[in-house]
Design a protein around this ligand. Structure first.
Ligand SMILES: Cc1cc2nc3c(=O)[nH]c(=O)nc-3n(C[C@H](O)[C@H](O)[C@H](O)COP(=O)(O)OP(=O)(O)OC[C@H]3O[C@@H](n4cnc5c(N)ncnc54)[C@H](O)[C@@H]3O)c2cc1C
Length: 378
């Protein structure tokens, strides 16, 4: 992949910089989760109105048909501007691309635009109390009743469910078929009494995710994505987008955090300590490695049209590095990084979930071993 920007790419970057200068997102509210979500929703609306909500989407669905390099520029510029993640990140990065890959024309027509405008927020209903890493073990079941499917079961760790209109739901539609084959992928309306959302409070004090209790919820047959029984393959499309789609955004975020830590270390003199300096140097090497891995991920999409299993490597390295960096902040900043309400303290606590969400590190290592390196399956 050629990493030199063409004239067209420079023009794209300058147009985006101009727009960002004129449309600064401002400071995200701290300590009030609902206010922060509303702030991110407004930010997405403003991106949408400027035509920047999903540059990588085709123009016919409201995107800009951006090349992969332009998408990379977009995420890097957003990171540099310290822009918040749009409220409907799961819709933009997971649901939208999965609907584009598997949806009927009617589904694309119905669902894509409100994802882009943040009018309809999406959540991902994959994990269950006994099905996390082993997604094919889902027990939530659906039975056919006329033109509807009737769904009963429990999901857990469902991020943003309390704000969502729609859920990407993996359910068992054929209890007699082999584990992976009996699954289907539904687009479930969350606004029905049969779906109860109960927030779960995390170590940060926020309740980003929830339990979902589903008792005979109805999903019309038009809202099955892919065919009945295709749920496993459709879910893999979502997961591969999850692990590679955030790559660029996360690595630019990491660079911002590292720059902030270096500034803190300079300000309090800790940078003079060779142990601290060496640790910061290692963080720099890891952050640069991630940047190149993110570009490599783009080349793979360019060659194969879809993200590959290599996205697992980026996610593994990012989550580990983010945890190391936030721990290093404690050595550099001392008690200030452990005080409630301080940004470093929040980031330190939140980073614990990084090696679990979107696939645990152990599972990602298995994928890298088997599907990237071609090592034998155990
Ligand atoms: C912040 C956060 C947000 C999340 N948001 C969502 C969401 O929006 N939607 C959603 O569906 N889920 C979400 N999740 C859930 C997440 O996807 C699961 O927690 C994850 O897949 C692990 O599943 P589990 O918790 O059931 O752990 P388990 O699968 O029970 O794993 C327990 C331990 O065993 C290890 N293990 C399991 N199988 C193997 C194996 N084959 N080889 C080696 N080790 C193994 C795991 O690595 C882990 O250490 C979120 C999680 C977090 C932390």
């Amino acid at each position: 992949m050629d990493l030199t920007f063409s004239d067209q790419e420079i023009e794209f970057r300058d147009e985006l910089r101009g727009w960002l200068d004129a449309n600064r997102p401002g400071e995200e509210p701290r300590g009030d989760q609902d206010a922060a979500f509303e702030f991110r929703k407004q930010w997405q609306r403003s991106l949408f109105e400027g035509g920047w909500a999903a540059v990588h989407w085709p123009q016919e669905y409201g995107g800009r048909d951006a090349s992969l390099m332009q998408s990379a520029i977009f995420f890097e510029e957003m990171g540099k501007a310290d822009a918040p993640l749009p409220a409907n990140a799961l819709g933009l990065i997971l649901a939208g691309p999965t609907i584009m890959a598997w949806g009927t024309e009617e589904q694309k027509e119905r669902f894509l635009l409100p994802i882009l405008s943040a009018e309809e927020i999406w959540c991902q209903g994959f994990s269950e109390p006994e099905a996390g890493s082993d997604l094919a073990a889902v027990k939530t079941k659906a039975v056919r009743d006329g033109d509807d499917w009737v769904v009963t079961g429990q999901k857990v760790w469902t991020s943003a469910a309390q704000y969502s209109k729609w859920c990407m739901l993996v359910v068992r539609t054929d209890p007699d078929a082999a584990k992976h084959k009996g699954l289907s992928y539904f687009l479930m309306d969350m606004e029905q009494d049969a779906v109860q959302v109960r927030p779960l409070v995390q170590i940060t004090g926020e309740a980003e995710f929830n339990e979902l209790f589903i008792e005979e919820a109805r999903v019309p047959k038009e809202n099955v994505l892919g065919g009945e029984g295709d749920g496993w393959n459709v879910a893999l499309t979502t997961l591969m987008n999850e692990r590679s789609g955030l790559g660029f955004f996360l690595q630019t975020r990491l660079r911002l955090l590292l720059d902030r830590l270096v500034e803190d270390a300079k300000a309090n003199g800790r940078i003079e300590d060779p142990v601290v300096a060496e640790a910061l140097g290692e963080m720099h090497v890891r952050t640069e490695t991630l940047r190149f891995l993110a570009y490599r991920g783009l080349s793979i999409i360019e060659q194969h049209g879809q993200p590959g299993p290599e996205g697992s490597l980026t996610k593994w390295l990012w989550s580990e590095t983010n945890q190391m960096l936030t721990q290093l902040a404690v050595s550099v900043c001392g008690p200030a990084a452990l005080t409630e309400g301080e940004a470093w303290a929040h980031d330190l606590l939140r980073s614990r979930g990084n090696t679990i969400e979107g696939g645990t590190t152990e599972i990602l290592k298995n994928i890298v071993a088997e599907r990237v390196l071609g090592l034998p399956r155990k």
